[in-house]
Design a protein around this ligand. Structure first.
Ligand SMILES: C[S@@+](CC[C@H](N)C(=O)[O-])C[C@H]1O[C@@H](n2cnc3c(N)ncnc32)[C@H](O)[C@@H]1O
Length: 321
């Protein structure tokens, strides 16, 4: 599995301390576009009308304004934009430290684009994967997608890329969640899980019925064991511990969206998160002045992982990667 060089870790730690002291947002997601080549039944981006999309300089201006510690390039499918690689390079190389990652469904990762992506200096490449075999094609409605992912992930790893699978835990793929961690390990990649949310497409079809809650607890316990033994599961133990409680109906407050984590839409509007409506143009948005969100309607990793307490065990885990 990928290990950051010690010099990079020191720079990252220093950047993190400076970011916290200056009370700037920890992380910003830049949605390059909402256009997408996939047709997932749990996400509606691909159904939306085409929106105005900012230019490269505007994305850099977002980063300069908020100076986050981390930037995630996302979408829609970010590679639907021809200038995605130019934007990534510009965001990575704007002055100051930042950890730049991308989330992609992987379909548009040709060998040539993989090489050019690594050349941008990107810190982490997240490839979404909910099924460890051809069922991934039906999940995304992209025939051949599993084969493409199974080719590009080990190829990126071989060429020095830091690759992480992004996997949704949902009722229908529950028995495939552990095999995904093992597949990631075999490829030399890590994996970050997120709990399914019905919000993006108002689709309750993948939620956990009460009868499956016992099995969910077993799978989470197995993931926690693998996290310790295999070392390639990026989630905080706290996140896994909280999931059953959330599923059983307990309210988990304290979402930091809009303050520590921001989403910027393709047109430059800030939304606290992908599921909440736009509140202001990025040039007008002040995270310190923003009211904390009171939403408790999801427990996706983008909120759970940020809320997870910073424990010694977690810091040691982060330093080991
Ligand atoms: C909206 S996608 C955009 C990036 C890219 N097109 C992709 O598919 O990876 C970002 C991430 O959100 C996840 N996602 C989409 N719908 C979700 C849902 N309803 N619940 C939890 N995660 C979801 C996807 O699996 C993906 O890892």
């Amino acid at each position: 599995m990928y290990k950051h060089p010690i010099g990079f870790k020191l720079k990252a730690m220093r950047g993190l301390v400076e970011n916290r002291l200056a009370r700037r947002p920890l992380s910003i997601t830049l949605e390059l576009t909402r256009r997408c080549n996939a047709r997932c039944d749990y996400c509606n981006h691909w159904r939306e009308q085409k929106q105005t999309e900012q230019e490269l300089a505007d994305f850099v201006a977002v980063v300069e304004r908020f100076q986050p510690w981390a930037v995630t390039i996302c979408g829609g499918e970010p590679f639907m934009r021809r200038d995605a690689l130019d934007i990534i390079r510009a965001v990575k190389h704007a002055p100051g430290f930042r950890y730049v990652a991308i989330i992609t469904n992987g379909w548009l990762l040709t060998d040539e684009r993989c090489d050019r992506l690594l050349e941008t200096g990107i810190d982490q490449i997240n490839v979404s994967l909910n099924w460890p075999d051809e069922r991934q094609d039906a999940d995304r409605k992209i025939p051949g997608l599993w084969k493409r992912i199974a080719h590009v992930v080990p190829r990126l790893v071989e060429r020095g890329g830091n690759v992480q699978l992004n996997s949704i835990i949902m009722n229908d793929n529950l028995d495939d969640v552990v095999p995904i961690a093992k597949q990631a390990d075999a490829w030399g990649a890590s994996v970050m899980y997120t709990l399914y949310s019905e919000l993006p497409a108002e689709n309750t079809g993948h939620l956990f019925p009460t009868a499956r809650q016992g099995r969910l607890r077993e799978v989470l316990a197995e993931l926690e064991r693998l996290r310790r033994s295999q070392g390639n599961i990026a989630n905080a133990p706290w996140y896994f511990e909280q999931i059953p409680s959330y599923i059983e109906g307990n309210v988990i407050t304290g979402c930091t969206a809009g303050k520590q984590t921001l989403h910027v839409s393709p047109g430059g509007m800030v939304r606290p998160c992908a599921e909440l409506p736009p509140v202001a143009h990025f040039s007008q948005y002040d995270p310190e002045a923003a009211e904390p969100v009171t939403c408790t309607r999801c427990f996706q990793a983008c909120r759970g992982e940020v809320q997870a307490p910073i424990t010694l065990r977690r810091v040691a885990g982060l330093l080991a990667t």
